[in-house]
Design a protein around this ligand. Structure first.
Ligand SMILES: Cc1cc2nc3c(=O)[nH]c(=O)nc-3n(C[C@H](O)[C@H](O)[C@H](O)COP(=O)(O)OP(=O)(O)OC[C@H]3O[C@@H](n4cnc5c(N)ncnc54)[C@H](O)[C@@H]3O)c2cc1C
Length: 326
C-alpha cells in the first residue's frame, strides 16, 4: 500500500534535490521520485564502454545568484567540488561570470547530486506517467499503478515533460510553462582505458564544424589520467541530426574530434542525445505556483540554462511552499 506523504517531488535533478533538501530541513515529510538509475538529472556521470567514467551532461557548475553561491561554498567545504582551471586550446573559451576557474564535482560530477541527496527519501527507477487529484491528495502513477501519494506536489523536470504531465489537470500556470524553450545536444563520449591522454589541449570551443565544446576529461581534478574526451555538438548541428541513430552520430562526431586533436585517439565512441539540454528561453519567474491546488513547478527552465538557475528555482519552490503553510 502506498504511504501518504506530506510532499512529493518529481525529479531528482538539481532543482528537485534543492527543493527537497530545503523542505526536509524544515521538518517536512518529503519523497523524491525519479525515472533515472540515480539522482542528478543532467548533472551526471556515465561509464564509457571500458568502464571509464565521463561527465556527459553538465561540464562545470555555473553559478548565477547569491543563494546558489552559498550552497556551492557548502559543497566546497564538504570536499564535494573542486576548482577546474583548464588551459584553452583557443582563446575563444569564455569563462562565465568572471570566475577565474570552474567548480566541478569530484571525483565525478555525480558526487554533487549524491551530496544533495544525503538523508532524503529518493525512489529511483520510477517514471511518473500521469498524476491525478483525488480528494485533496495528489496521486502519482507509473506503469504499475500508484507510486506515491502526497498532499503537496513539486514538479521539477524539464518544461516540455512537465507540460505533458500537467496538461490534463490544467494548473493555472500552464500558459507560462509554454514560454520556455530548450536546445538539444548530441554529446560524444570517447574513452580508452589502456592509454594515457594524448592531451593536445584541455578544452576547446571550435569556431566551425559540428562540435561546439570539447573537454579533455583527464584535465579535471581527481580524474584518472586515462584518455577520456567529451565533445558536444553545436545546437544547430544537433537539430539537423536529432533523429539520426546514435551510432551514426558517434561516427560523424568522432571524425571531427580526431581532426581537432590531430588524430591518434582510440577507443569506442558513443553518442548520447539530450533532447532537452540547455534552456534557450526561460520563463523569467523563479517557480510557478498554483497554491489553491498545492502544486509547484520548478527547474532550470524558470530562470536560465545553468545548474545555478535550477538550484535557485528549487529553493524558490521550497520557499513558496513553506510560506504558504506558515
Ligand atoms: C550536455 C549538457 C551540458 C551542460 N553544461 C552545463 C554547464 O556547463 N554548466 C551548467 O551550469 N549547466 C550545464 N547544463 C545544464 C544543467 O545540467 C541543467 O540546467 C540542470 O541539470 C537542470 O536541473 P533540473 O533539476 O532543472 O533538471 P534535470 O537535471 O533535467 O533533472 C530532472 C530530473 O527529472 C527526472 N524526470 C523527468 N521526467 C520524469 C518523470 N516523468 N518521472 C520521474 N522522473 C522524471 C529526470 O530523470 C531527471 O533526473 C548542461 C546540460 C547538458 C545536457
Amino acid at each position: 500500500m502506498t504511504v501518504h506523504r506530506d510532499i512529493a517531488v518529481i525529479g531528482a535533478g538539481p532543482s528537485g534535490l534543492s527543493a527537497a533538501r530545503t523542505l526536509a530541513a524544515a521538518g517536512r515529510d518529503v519523497v523524491v521520485i525519479d525515472k533515472g538509475r540515480g539522482p542528478g538529472g543532467r548533472l551526471s556521470t556515465r561509464r564509457g564502454p571500458e568502464g571509464v567514467r565521463l561527465d556527459h551532461g553538465c561540464q562545470f557548475i555555473t553559478l548565477k545568484q547569491a543563494q546558489s553561491t552559498a550552497l556551492v561554498q557548502d559543497l566546497m567545504d564538504s570536499g564535494v567540488i573542486a576548482r577546474w582551471d583548464p588551459q584553452s586550446g583557443k582563446d575563444s573559451v569564455k569563462k562565465p561570470f568572471a570566475e577565474p576557474d570552474w567548480p566541478i564535482g569530484v571525483p565525478t560530477m555525480s558526487a554533487v547530486p549524491k551530496w544533495f541527496a544525503k538523508g532524503l527519501d529518493i525512489q529511483c527507477g520510477a517514471r511518473i506517467e500521469s498524476i491525478r487529484a483525488d480528494g485533496g491528495a495528489w496521486q502519482l502513477l507509473g506503469s504499475d499503478g500508484i507510486v506515491a501519494s502526497a498532499t503537496q506536489l513539486v514538479v521539477a523536470i524539464p518544461s516540455p515533460q512537465a507540460i505533458d504531465l500537467l496538461a490534463p489537470i490544467q494548473p493555472d500556470f500552464l500558459d507560462d510553462m509554454h514560454k520556455a524553450t530548450y536546445d538539444p545536444n548530441w554529446t560524444l563520449l570517447v574513452s580508452d582505458a589502456a592509454h594515457e591522454n594524448p592531451a593536445p589541449f584541455e578544452v576547446m570551443t571550435p569556431d566551425s564544424g559540428p562540435l561546439g565544446w570539447i573537454a579533455n576529461q583527464a584535465s579535471k581534478p581527481q580524474r584518472p589520467s586515462q584518455s577520456a574526451w567529451i565533445a558536444q555538438a553545436t545546437s544547430e548541428w544537433t537539430r539537423e541530426h536529432l533523429e539520426r541513430p546514435a551510432e551514426e552520430v558517434a561516427t560523424l562526431l568522432f571524425q571531427s574530434l580526431q581532426e581537432l586533436v590531430g588524430g591518434g585517439l582510440v577507443g569506442t565512441p558513443t553518442a548520447h542525445r539530450w533532447r532537452y539540454a540547455l534552456v534557450s528561453q526561460a520563463v523569467g519567474q523563479p517557480c510557478l505556483v498554483d497554491s489553491a491546488r498545492k502544486l509547484v513547478a520548478c527547474g532550470d527552465w524558470c530562470l536560465g540554462p545553468t545548474v545555478g538557475h535550477a538550484i535557485d528555482s528549487g529553493l524558490a519552490a521550497a520557499e513558496a511552499i513553506l510560506k504558504t503553510d506558515s
